[in-house]
Design a protein around this ligand. Structure first.
Ligand code: KIV
Ligand code: ZN
Length: 507
């Protein structure tokens, strides 16, 4: 059996059914393009008969993406199928996803019908869809609670009618992983023409078992999984794409693979979360804020000795580049030293001990210690080399005045003064620094933050500068934000200039 598992993404159909998560067509196109870059095989773009907006989205997504198959959902109703076919007319590869309920609940109390009539409607729907597209997927709604023998008859009949994919949804999220796995196994062993179609899983998360059920499905022969980014979807959601993909990637013994470019997982998760106004829970597997964060001293020490002591996935694999060692009051010296080293600050044991005590005081006050806080801590104590220092600064600014800055720099003991005008006081001051220093630096990022939010607060400034294609980060903190900005800029220059010579400086 083929060991490729196809990823069918239904973020834009089942995921979008969540109240408050509706996207407009432009936003859906943005998500579809990101899903294409992620490498999904199928994008379920909507349920075209349900609204003109859904119809339009399927049309526009079909035009906007190239590689994934575009799928449109229908009921086993001719009009639905016609509208879906129409919406797919620009798709390079189009699929109609039609189906009907097969559990006793659906047959009797939803559809007021009987098993034979349902079987007949299923066959007719697939045959009708085949008139418009070659690729037809059939779903047996509530297959999770359907009788396996009857389900096998339906699956055999729809494959005979031309279904290329047969979806076995656990619509209510009821199944246990062992039962769902058994169901797929039963179909694989008892449907004579099963090899002519791909069996798909579509699991909901009502009991928190969607991912486990999906994995049980593929372990028993399913080769397509229907999933959403961040597991969003009706009620408790659908199976999450990132979890299934990373399970298959981590468990090599399963010998199953997908086409997903895992390095794009995190950015896709972020985009979907922000466009759909659906925050990701911090402890969500793979993409949660804390998924790779180690905060206790013992774990941090273990991870620093060997990442695999406490991590089964390298965060870089899913596109997370930040450090997984978070700094809190429970962090040890090893974690602090690790962060300082990453910032280019190397301390002797004795100095590290001193900074560690300062760090603990800061961590008691602040829950979340960031790298710029550390730089303020060590910067103030003079532990990193600062060849260039701001010696004096005066700015003249106000309404209807052209801002002007005069400053004096101390460069390795020598003093240099400059005055410049700018479109604001920071601009004037940065120009004055640049006029003293021979460096072709370009400011890439400039961020000012208040630490405690009062008007008497200390402003923290982060500046990112580009020098010769390399990025340098500078930090400054002061109750005067112009001074903090100039210090941040100088801090970045100092990092470039550890190799700087006095001859590089204008006299
Ligand atoms: O959960 C479900 O059964 C569905 C079908 C329409 C595929 O979403
Ligand atoms: Zn569903």
């Amino acid at each position: 059996m083929d060991n490729r598992v196809y990823i069918f993404d239904t973020t834009l159909r089942d995921g979008e059914q969540v109240p408050g998560c509706q996207l407009n067509t432009i936003e859906k196109i943005e998500v579809a393009r990101v899903l294409e870059q992620l490498g999904v095989d199928v994008i379920e773009a909507g349920f075209p008969i349900s609204s003109p907006g859904d119809f339009k989205s399927v049309v526009e997504i079909s035009k906007a993406v190239t590689w994934p198959t575009i799928c449109a959902l229908t009921r086993a109703v001719e009009k639905d199928i016609e509208v879906a076919a129409e919406s797919l007319k620009f798709a390079k590869r189009g699929r109609i996803h039609t189906g009907i309920g097969t559990s006793p609940y659906h047959i009797v109390s939803k559809l007021n019908s009987n098993p034979e009539e349902i079987l007949d409607r299923a066959i007719r729907a697939v045959k009708y869809a085949k008139r418009f597209v070659e690729d037809v997927e059939f779903y047996a709604e509530d297959a999770g609670r359907s009788d396996n023998v009857y389900l096998a008859r339906v699956v055999e009949a729809v494959i005979k009618a031309g279904a290329t994919v047969v979806n076995i949804p656990d619509t209510t999220g009821y199944c246990l992983p062992s039962d769902f796995g058994e169901k797929i196994k039963f179909l694989m062993e008892n449907v004579p023409n099963i090899h002519k179609a791909i069996i798909s899983t579509h699991c909901h998360n009502d009991l928190g078992m969607a991912t486990a059920n999906t994995v049980a499905g593929v372990m028993n022969g399913a080769r397509q999984v229907e999933v959403t980014i961040n597991g969003i979807g009706e009620r408790a959601g659908n199976t999450s794409l990132e979890e299934v993909v990373m399970i298959l990637r981590s468990h090599k013994e399963l010998d199953l693979h997908t086409n997903i470019n895992t390095k794009n997982i995190y950015k896709t998760s972020k985009l979907v979360s922000s466009l759909m106004n659906m925050p990701v829970q911090p402890n969500k597997a793979i993409v949660g804020r804390n998924a790779f964060a180690h905060s206790s001293g013992i774990h941090q020490d273990g991870v620093l000795k060997n990442r695999e002591n406490y991590e089964i996935i390298d965060p870089v694999e899913v596109g997370i580049n930040e450090s997984s060692i978070v700094l809190t009051a429970r962090s040890g010296r090893a974690a602090l030293n690790h962060h300082l080293e990453m910032l280019g600050v190397k301390l002797e044991k004795e100095k590290l001990d001193e900074v560690y005590q300062e760090f603990l005081l800061m961590a008691d006050k602040k829950k979340d210690i960031k790298e710029d806080d550390l730089l303020v801590l060590v910067g103030e104590r003079g532990y990193h080399e600062r060849r260039i220092k701001l010696d004096f600064l005066q700015v003249v600014t106000g309404k209807n005045l052209v801002p002007m800055a005069t400053l004096r720099l101390d460069i390795a003991g020598e003093k240099f003064t400059a005055t410049e005008f700018g479109n604001g006081p920071v601009d004037a001051a940065i120009k004055a620094v640049k006029s003293i220093i021979h460096r072709k630096v370009t400011l890439q990022e400039f961020l000012i933050q208040a630490i405690n939010k009062g008007s008497d607060d200390v402003g923290k400034v982060h500046m990112q500068v580009d020098f010769d294609g390399n990025i340098f980060n500078g930090f400054g903190a002061n109750t005067d934000i112009i001074t903090a900005s100039v210090e941040a800029f100088i801090d970045a220059i100092n990092k470039i200039g550890n190799s700087e010579k006095a001859s590089d400086v204008k006299k």
